[in-house]
Design a binder for this molecule. Structure first.
Ligand SMILES: [Zn+2]
Length: 212
């Protein structure tokens, strides 16, 4: 990976590799929240809740500390293949940055290689890296596309993300607003309607609506 523009990759990845989750502070804060909502933090069922929440956040928000260059090391290959590569139905779980509630769904990713391909298992890991943060769906969609564009320099990248937002569903806003679709189309997927359509036809084939 020596010939990659690491600064550009790190800028897109928006990392904070040196940061550490302060679990002690989360524990204190959750104790305060429990008291603030009128709970008794000492009752049996809640006694270990602050520590559990701290561990859960550590895991759910580790995307800032996932170095994409390490993640991808050795998984980008020179290949003379120029047909569309599509990975669809990538499950992801993220937290909306406005309410810290989950939004969950699936991502569909495609690119048109220009001499380079990426190991298939790596694309879901890129999605995860951006999902495991405080996010907005639009930014996550765009970042996945930008990172793949930067890594592979393909003829084009397309990303479609469909998700259900619990902050809308649980808070009694109209339920049909809870489902959102976002997309990012770069290069040939933007300039060629036929290319874009081939991708959209593929991801809609046999797909089932998102639901819980
Ligand atoms: Zn929200």
């Amino acid at each position: 990976m020596d010939n990659y523009n690491k600064d550009k990759i790190n800028e897109i990845a928006d990392l904070n590799l040196e940061s550490k989750i302060d679990e002690g502070k989360i524990i204190e804060s959750v104790e305060k929240i429990l008291a603030a909502v009128g709970e008794n933090p000492n009752r049996q069922g809640l006694r270990n809740t602050p520590a559990r929440v701290a561990r859960a956040y550590s895991e759910m928000l580790d995307g800032y500390r996932t170095d994409p260059i390490k993640l991808l090391n050795g998984a980008i290959f020179d290949v003379a293949y120029d047909e569309m590569v599509i990975v669809r139905d990538i499950e992801f779980y993220s937290l909306c940055e406005h309410h810290m509630l989950p939004f969950i769904g699936r991502a569909h990713v495609a690119y048109l290689p220009k001499g380079k391909v990426i190991g298939l298992s790596k694309i879901p890991r890129i999605v995860d890296m951006f999902a495991r943060r405080l996010q907005v769906q639009e930014r996550m969609t765009r970042k996945i596309a930008d990172l793949i564009q930067e890594l592979l320099n393909p003829y084009g990248v397309a990303v479609v993300v469909e998700a259900l937002h619990l902050c809308s569903m649980m808070r009694g806003v109209k339920k049909h607003d809870a489902r959102m679709t976002t997309s990012a189309m770069l290069g040939a997927f933007r300039s060629s309607m036929a290319t874009r359509q081939e991708f959209l036809d593929n991801i809609s084939r046999g797909s089932t609506p998102l639901r819980f």
